[in-house]
Design a protein around this ligand. Structure first.
Ligand SMILES: Cc1ncc(COP(=O)(O)O)c(C=O)c1O
Ligand SMILES: [Zn+2]
Length: 426
């Protein structure tokens, strides 16, 4: 689609506008994200009574197999301009992994195979770029730790819009290449993600672009809810007993909590006897939200210099840290921070038991789940445990180099193979 063809679509009856999370002030739908009264974050305000009139399990199940089957709970005024095929990724019953964890019922929600760029960021960007087009914005942009860069560049290309992507200069090569390929203008910033983010806030104010995670953030963040709606639907309209969620800025975990609450409010799932315990995962090299939980603190103490291999989660000053902790504590969940060796071990464990190759962020999530089982926060006999795998291992191969067996090298004769086989099999 070209920008010239863009027209404002009729207003959806289900979105009232934006509302400040702190003081409740109302705003019209616009590319804004901060309350002018109190500087609180703005959030999309839905008319749940109206949604409840039309949205049933049967309606949802009759729709195409994508995140848009929950359209009433997403903040677009019309059909999505991009990402029509995004969402409804597999929820995999993981019995071999469950055995290794010592649990009864484990599921992997697998956004490593998300369309089109192999991470859950496709969901948030499908909403944000479609919303940018509804607002008539001519350029989209983002500050990213890698996956958001891939998703924004791809969806902008699909929409025929130019994109400007700002990243810390030292991201994994596959994340950079997987952004440039779409013709995006990629800018490496000599600094941390927090430096990039601060710079993007200034650019957004000056250039009038649609920054998916700055001025479009209230709309963008809502896309994450689809991940949680799908978990509930794929479990047969049940909420899990536990969910383990990777965190960077803390938006995904907050929106999973919100989405489960919405499903209950709308009667799409039965009220569970016990709330889903929502657990947070970050790497030991950058764990500002985990430390808030472990130290029972409600303010973020920023990590100035994140370290370690989990670069996609390396946000030292998380925008939604306060709400992420509130979601975790309010659900009765807990938090864990595996180190790099544990992250790599968990990546291998998931690949070897379930055939799923996840990126370092997935290693963080499974590594945290292992710690939570050992710590007793996830009980051996508890009901469904969902591990949130949100990105693909092909993008972060560097930490595995030298850690896996090399292929054996032989000549092309059967006798060469016989020799190898006899030497290695016992
Ligand atoms: C693969 C992956 N998982 C999880 C997250 C965390 O998302 P959030 O910033 O919403 O906490 C990110 C963020 O970049 C990510 O790339
Ligand atoms: Zn306010």
């Amino acid at each position: 689609m070209t920008t010239a063809a863009v027209t404002q679509k009729p207003s959806a009856p289900f979105v009232r506008g934006l509302k400040c999370r702190e003081c409740g002030s109302h705003y019209d739908k616009a590319p804004v994200h901060v309350c002018e009264m109190c500087f609180g974050p703005l959030e999309v305000d839905y008319d749940y009574d109206a949604i409840g009139q039309v949205l049933t399990r049967a309606t949802i199940e009759s729709r195409p197999r994508s995140m848009w089957r929950y359209a009433e709970l997403l903040p677009l005024d019309g059909p999505p301009a991009v990402g029509q095929a995004t969402g409804l990724t597999p929820l995999v019953r993981a019995d071999r992994l469950a055995k290794r964890l010592g649990l009864k019922e484990v599921w992997v929600k697998n956004d490593a195979v998300s369309h089109p760029t192999l991470s859950f960021k496709d969901r948030v960007v499908s909403v944000a770029v479609s919303k940018a087009i509804e607002f008539g914005l001519q350029t989209v942009a983002c500050a990213s730790t890698g996956n958001l860069a891939n998703a924004t560049a791809a969806q902008a290309a699909a929409a025929g819009l130019p994109s400007v992507i700002l990243i810390p200069y030292d991201l994994e090569p596959a994340k950079i290449l997987g952004t440039s390929i779409y013709g995006a203008r990629v800018v490496g910033v000599k600094g941390t993600y927090d430096d990039v983010n601060r710079l993007c806030s200034e650019i957004a104010g000056k250039y009038g672009w649609g920054f998916v995670n700055v001025n479009l953030r209230p709309f963008y963040a809502e896309g994450s809810k689809s991940y949680a709606y799908e978990i509930a639907e794929q479990l047969g309209w049940r909420l899990p007993a536990h969910v383990v969620v990777p965190m960077a800025g803390g938006s995904l975990v907050t929106k999973i909590g919100k989405a489960f609450g919405e499903l209950e409010k709308l009667g799409l799932v039965a009220a569970p006897s016990r709330k889903t315990r929502i657990h947070g995962a970050q790497s030991a090299g950058c764990a500002p939200i985990i430390d808030m939980v472990l130290e029972n603190r409600d303010h973020v103490r920023p990590v100035k210099t994140p370290t370690g291999i989990a670069k996609s989660l390396a946000i030292g000053n998380p925008a939604d840290g306060f709400y992420a902790r509130q979601t975790i504590i309010g659900s009765g969940g807990w938090a864990a921070k595996p180190d790099d060796a544990e992250i790599v071990g968990a990546m291998q464990l998931l690949a070897e038991t379930e055939g799923i190759f996840t990126e370092t962020a997935g290693g963080v999530t499974l590594g945290a789940a292992l710690k939570l089982v050992r710590g007793g926060q996830i009980g051996k006999d508890d009901g469904p445990v969902v591990i949130c795998i949100t990105g693909n291992g092909m993008k972060t191969q560097d930490p595995l180099v030298g850690k896996l067996p090399q292929p054996a090298l032989i000549g092309p004769r059967l006798s060469d193979f016989d020799e190898l086989w006899n030497a290695t099999s016992t």
